[in-house]
Design a protein around this ligand. Sequence first.
Ligand code: PGA
Length: 256
Amino acid sequence: MPERRPYVAANWKMHKTSDQATDFVKRLLGRLPEPAMRSVDVVICPPFTSLRATADAARGSRLRVAGQNMHQAESGAYTGEVSAAMIEDAGATSVVLGHSERRQLFGETDEALAVKVPAALAAGLEPILCVGETEDERDAGRMEEVLERQIRADLANVGNVQLDRVVIAYEPVWAIGTGRTATPEQAEEAIRFIRGLLAGRDGAVAERVRILYGGSVKPENADELMARPQIDGALVGGASLDPDDFAGIVETAAVA
Ligand code: PGA
């Protein structure tokens, strides 16, 4: 089985100005030993307005930067939107797509994601595709159905060669920002199911794709999650706003 390099991403959501982002990066880099940075992909996802400052502060380090959303078109009359090329121009290598807050609060659809994911790849950005069920869906025993629908639709226009470059985050909606973390067993079960879906397309690629867990990850619970062989890292919201907490999670991933 191939060794999957751990991946830890900080989803800042609508937090941090440029100055705050710069300060965070300096403190994070001061805190993280070089070996941890060498063995883990560490990615910061700031708001668009702080992308450039974050990328500038990270220059010369292995730290990478991602957008939190993008429009699928190269340019055009799309007020308030940002293209893949613009995100790259600001210094990012990656982009979060399909976060549940986008799906629930801003009308993001699987149809749009089916176009956004290949558009990001075509522009050279690494998509971090978020999928996950709501509490009602889980309680109704529909978790697998929801994950299957999202994975199939969102990756429908991505070939198997390109699939290798996609990072997936399993984020059960009921665990996001609630302090209610999925148990390691629940997270692993869902991630194994997602990997099985990918294996239906290409077994070797499915073994290589990094699948993260997200939802109330904190320094205190990161180790038991990261210790699970199926869980390749974390997409961290609230706990990523503090450089010490986030560094603790990265270090856990480095040793897991
Ligand atoms: P949380 O957010 O860690 O604050 O639950 C995770 C996410 O939304 O990606």
